[in-house]
Design a protein around this ligand. Structure first.
Ligand code: 5GP
Length: 196
């Protein structure tokens, strides 16, 4: 367990299935809360259109990622969806926590489990963002673009799998179709409550 000192801040982990609106919520929180710290993680996946290196992720090669593992740079790291490496950076998280700041980071369930063993429970909270069911998510996905049946089936499986993460989180927030503002406000409210 890390010794964070008396004045340490809280680490808020955000989890949820893809398509739950996590990305939008985090982007909005970042704009509204310059008082919070949003640490970058490293990943070996390719950047998507519009993603800038050093904002949410440092995009690195597998070799670089492995060298960083060797140097002990990660608080935790995991292979997500069986292909790419993702890892939270120790310094980017521990330093602001020791300074008493609120740190907000998205991780998968492996990240939550590892971090639970490293950060004292009094300094750690987890918030799960989700939709009310596969039908809602499917509608949302198909609104963006048509997908082959096979791909939809794959996504349904990972959705059902990711939904089980909520049992391990402190707070669960369900997003309602078309109400992204409410989801942002609910998440903000949950964070404020957890900081009290
Ligand atoms: P994406 O590639 O869509 O940005 O993220 C894929 C998955 O990786 C999501 O579930 C996301 O929460 C998770 N993830 C993002 N950063 C980290 C990290 O630093 N550590 C871990 N363990 N998972 C992460």
């Amino acid at each position: 367990m890390e010794d964070l000192g008396q004045q340490a801040g809280k680490l808020i982990l955000i989890l949820g299935p893809s398509g739950s609106g996590k990305g939008t919520v985090l982007k909005e929180l970042r704009e509204r809360h310059p008082d919070f710290v949003f640490p970058v993680s490293c990943t070996t996946r390719d950047p998507r259109p519009g993603e800038k290196d050093g904002e949410v992720y440092n995009f690195v090669t597998k070799e670089d990622f492995q060298a960083r593992i060797g140097r002990g740079e990660f608080l935790e790291w995991a292979v997500v969806h069986g292909e790419n490496y993702y890892g939270t950076l120790k310094e980017a998280i521990l330093k602001p926590l020791r300074e008493g700041r609120t740190v907000i980071r998205e991780v998968d369930v492996q990240g939550l489990r590892s971090i639970r063993d490293l950060i004292p429970a009094s300094n750690l909270r987890s918030i799960f963002l989700t939709v009310d069911g596969w039908d809602t998510l499917q509608r949302r996905i198909l609104k963006r673009s048509a997908l082959p049946e096979e791909e939809l089936e794959r996504r349904r499986h990972s959705f059902l799998n990711e939904m089980q993460w909520q049992d391990e989180c402190d707070v669960v927030i369900v997003s309602v179709e078309g109400e992204i503002e409410k989801l942002i406000a609910d998440t903000e409210g949950a964070i404020e409550l957890e900081l009290k």
